[in-house]
Design a binder for this molecule. Structure first.
Ligand SMILES: [Zn+2]
Length: 343
């Protein structure tokens, strides 16, 4: 014969085992079986209640109250687990326990658009060399876009920069070089600036041409700026941005510089052997540049006998294409996540 204390203790053990069994049930059949063992009509709790008819009323009351509490708790646990298992069977997914120690779902890693990422890198690279970032308007007067850059109205070089003219005579700027003159008017030398921004040309759209593109203009003016400064800074730039090991400078004509140059890098695709992208030359042109033309200084009211400087205009989309091996410029502007998330 068990005492009241022993019975009460037994109820505690039954409750503990029942909760454990219900919680660990892996499917509805297992759950029903577990529930019957502890709480059904022939369950362990019922058997206890049948065995207490010889106890005093006071003892019966205590045991009954404890047993009812256990029964209710087991029923609640049964219903909770049943709901979970039904949800699992419906969704076919694993049971959802609230376990605060499990790490949360991983968040998809995102990054800046390739153009933005390389632009930020370029800007910080030039900042580290003491260059300041300046900006100018995308809709520009013909004075700043052409005349002040030594491209007068009747000069054939204007044809090269064919663009969109607005009805009021303004133009969508064809290069960021227009910011050069605006900056020289505003600030007196010495100055070191870069001007990133969008430019526009009247172009038929294909894999390497768009009506809109990004450019970074650079301008460095001081009393003793030399061609060797241009060479050193631009070589460091292509080394930093594209990992270019071999470079070369070729003479080129741009009305706003004298002498004018093109900086080529060894083709990053074929290593200089010659391929379709470098047109079998082994070289890729990346940065048009040169020493600022004295006429440009005169337009900006800077004394060309006292100051000298160099300027460059880097087609920025092209740098991004070379860096990431993208063979069609249009991909950069199509907002296609499948393409953009590769980088
Ligand atoms: Zn090549």
């Amino acid at each position: 014969m068990n005492s009241e204390a022993e019975i009460l203790k037994k109820i505690d053990v039954i409750l503990e085992e029942a909760l454990k069994g219900l919680k660990n049930s892996r499917n509805l059949t297992e759950l029903e079986n577990n529930f019957k063992v502890f709480s059904g009509k022939k369950g362990e709790l019922s058997l206890i209640l049948h065995s207490i008819h010889s106890f005093s009323p006071e003892e019966k009351k205590n045991i009954g109250s404890k047993s009812n509490f256990a029964k209710k708790t087991i029923e609640d646990a049964y219903l909770l687990r049943k709901g979970e298992l039904i949800a699992v069977e419906k969704s076919g997914k694993a049971a959802r326990f609230i376990d605060l120690t499990i790490p949360g779902p991983s968040i998809e890693k995102i990054h800046a658009h390739p153009i933005t990422a390389v632009l930020e890198d370029t800007v910080s690279f030039f900042s580290s060399m003491g260059f300041e970032i300046v900006e100018g308007p995308e809709i520009e007067t013909t004075y700043y876009n052409f005349d002040a850059l030594n491209i007068p109205a009747n000069h054939p070089a204007r044809d090269v920069w064919d663009t969109f003219y607005l009805l009021n005579g303004l133009v969508a700027r064809t290069h960021t070089s227009s910011v050069q003159v605006r900056t020289m008017e505003r600030k007196k030398p010495p100055l070191r600036v870069i001007a990133p921004g969008r430019c526009y040309r009247y172009e038929a759209v294909d894999a390497t041409h768009l009506f809109m593109f990004n450019q970074i203009e650079g301008l460095y003016i001081d009393e003793n700026v030399r061609l060797s400064d241009l060479k050193g800074i631009l070589e460091a730039t292509v080394r930093h941005l594209l990992g270019a090991k071999k470079t070369r400078f070729r003479p080129a004509f741009y009305p706003f510089v004298e002498p004018g140059l093109d900086l080529d890098i060894e083709c990053v695709f074929c290593g200089g052997k010659g391929c379709g992208i470098c047109k079998n030359t082994g070289w890729i042109e990346v940065i048009p540049c040169g020493m600022v033309h004295p006429n440009v200084f005169k337009y900006a009211k800077i004394d060309p006998d006292k100051y000298r400087g160099f300027a460059f205009g880097m087609g920025f989309d092209r740098i991004v294409m070379l860096k990431y091996n993208i063979n069609d410029l249009r991909y950069l502007y199509q907002c296609n996540l499948d393409m953009l998330t590769q980088f």
